[in-house]
Ligand binder design. Sequence first.
Ligand SMILES: CC(C)(COP(=O)(O)OP(=O)(O)OC[C@H]1O[C@@H](n2cnc3c(N)ncnc32)[C@H](O)[C@@H]1OP(=O)(O)O)[C@@H](O)C(=O)NCCC(=O)NCCS
Length: 148
Amino acid sequence: MLKIEKVSLKDLDEICAFEIRVFDENNFRLSRNIFRYHLKKKTFFLKAILDKKIVGYLMLFAYKNKSSTRLYSIGVDQSFTRQKIASTLIEAAIYRSKKLGKNKIFLEVRQDNFAAIALYNKLGFVIIKELKGYYPFNGNGYKMALNL
Ligand SMILES: CC(C)(COP(=O)(O)OP(=O)(O)OC[C@H]1O[C@@H](n2cnc3c(N)ncnc32)[C@H](O)[C@@H]1OP(=O)(O)O)[C@@H](O)C(=O)NCCC(=O)NCCS
């Protein structure tokens, strides 16, 4: 059964190995230092677990002076996609954002990441802006938003 839990410092090795499997190195792959920084900073950072293994994660940024949150990173192991793991993680982020009194979630996505765009559309996110050259190698992106 799928479990959603907070990531802790003891998950660092597994999260880093997960990141290397799931994200292309030319595509904003997050470093161990970044993960460690966010764990120490107590960023909202969730893991999805199946059979004691991390099969997905999500990181959500919340800022005290902003009425929105930012879905910073989400990934699901390719062998476990299309099982609603990302949807479950995003639902937890939506719940968290509402609990913090926020009224929007923003995110950025590459224009050629059709899987992610389909996922975000399904959950109600809409494109609000084109981000030209936002990604490495002149990759264009979209900024998307969900009204809560
Ligand atoms: C994008 C990603 C997070 C989706 O995770 P997931 O757990 O497979 O997503 P879900 O199972 O919750 O999908 C929910 C819906 O999103 C859409 N969707 C997800 N993946 C899709 C795909 N490959 N093609 C088309 N639609 C897709 C579908 O509508 C799906 O519902 P359905 O399976 O009933 O048709 C995953 O493929 C991934 O980690 N990719 C690599 C990392 C990445 O791109 N992260 C996002 C960066 S912005």
